[in-house]
Design a protein around this ligand. Structure first.
Ligand SMILES: [Zn+2]
Length: 404
């Protein structure tokens, strides 16, 4: 671990790690549920010390980690494969297209990375309860990580979350409270719970270490590409925290002088859950009025990290675009059929965005590697693809009757 402090991403005030837990002490009090978070904290490390110590030949990733290793849960999270998808790349005019398959984390999503670090922090602080609101994946992730430790998980989740995700969290032993309402309602309730009844709140971006956990996906992409910065990384965007996290990974590398530029981040949203896209393109924030997308993991009315995502896109010379549910499900099927990677609709949203981008005037040149971040496993929600495919009917097991 390298010494670090927290810095407010709005006012710039800095705090020692134990002086503050969630939001900036100055800006945070102006936050009310139902608006994007203000006063989100970022961990600022001793970058000269990282620069001196980091050796790509024997990388010590603990240098970038804000919680001491002795508190880390025993479950193995991260180090997911980054694989070339040449068949898919050929159809998109990209000779170096890669998929980071984060559906292969223990609970089947990238959210394991954030839960891992927040549970480590809870163990450091001696807190035995971690509380989260989630569309499903963050809750499954928290439940899985807690199951490997003595820490308890309390989860508020919309009752309409996909069944597989609910099964996961219950089976992992979490206390699950389905909410008659949306993710945004669950978010607000979980904040009230930890403020009044205790526990450590793991809400995304609200706890700064969720961003630090997710940044490890960015660090891994850099290392897995042979310490090369990709031309672009496509990320599905709901709350904007994965986007912010991947950006933070590259920002840390840049601040430590280990890379000389940032990769372009391309944030892709479902068109009914497009608050960040509109914020980035118009400069004016407004909630997504009716986020009805089948990509449940990125279905958000009020993205908690709208400000951070916008900043990440600006700093990386990135952009956003939106896609329809039909385009998302088409991309899910294309990825599965050309690469063997089965990602949930939210994970395939990034590819749907790439398909759209490559068909238009702003297509990527392919001058360097392009990475699609597949954020969750397809088995988490098989109802979504079933809406566009059918399982063939059963036949008698008699060879003569087969017309194949
Ligand atoms: Zn502040």
């Amino acid at each position: 671990m390298t010494p670090f402090s927290y810095r407010c991403t709005d006012c710039g005030r800095t705090f020692s790690r134990d002086e503050v837990r969630y939001l900036c002490l100055d800006c945070g009090p102006t936050y009310r549920p139902g608006m994007p978070l203000v006063g989100v904290l970022e961990a600022v490390f001793d970058y000269p010390s990282i620069a001196k110590s980091f050796d790509p030949a024997r990388p010590d990733w603990d240098l970038f980690c804000p919680v001491e290793r002795q508190y880390h849960p025993p479950i193995q999270v991260g180090n997911t494969p980054l694989g070339r998808v040449d068949r898919l790349g050929a159809t998109l005019g990209l000779s170096s297209l890669w998929v980071k398959n984060d559906g292969l984390n223990p609970s089947g999503s990238l959210k394991d990375r954030a839960s891992y670090l927040v549970v480590a922090e809870a163990r450091r602080l001696g807190i035995d309860l971690v509380v989260a609101a989630s569309t499903g994946n963050a809750a499954s992730a928290l439940a899985a990580v807690c199951a490997s430790t003595d820490t308890k998980a309390l989860i508020f989740v919309p009752e309409k979350a996909p069944k597989a995700k609910l099964v996961q969290m219950v089976l992992y032993g979490a206390q699950v409270v389905p909410i008659k309402g949306t993710y945004d309602d669950a978010f607000a309730l979980s904040l009230e719970y930890t403020a009044q009844r205790g526990g450590l709140n793991r809400n995304t971006a609200y706890h700064p270490l969720t961003i630090e956990g997710k940044k490890t996906a960015g660090l891994e992409i850099w290392a897995q590409l042979g310490y090369q910065v990709p031309e672009a990384i496509l990320v599905s965007v709901g709350d904007g925290v994965i986007l912010g996290g991947v950006h933070k990974g590259f920002l840390d590398l840049h601040r430590a002088g280990l890379i000389d530029r940032l990769p372009r981040l391309i944030g892709v949203q479902a068109e009914t859950s497009d608050a960040i896209h509109r914020f980035v393109t118009t400069g004016v924030y407004a909630d997504a009025a009716n986020p009805t997308t089948r990509a449940d993991s990125i279905s958000v009315t009020c993205p908690s990290n709208a400000h951070g995502a916008r900043r990440a896109l600006q700093e990386s010379a990135g952009e956003t675009l939106t896609v329809t549910d039909a385009e998302i499900l088409e991309a899910q099927a294309t990825l599965a059929a050309t690469s063997g990677i089965f990602t949930e609709p939210a994970g395939a949203t990034a590819l749907a965005g790439l398909v759209k981008l490559q068909a238009g005037p702003r297509r990527l040149s392919g001058s360097g590697p392009v990475v699609i971040l597949a954020t969750g496993h397809g088995l988490k929600d098989v109802d979504a693809p079933l809406s566009r495919i059918s399982i063939p009917p059963a036949v008698e097991p008699v060879l003569e009757r087969l017309s194949l």
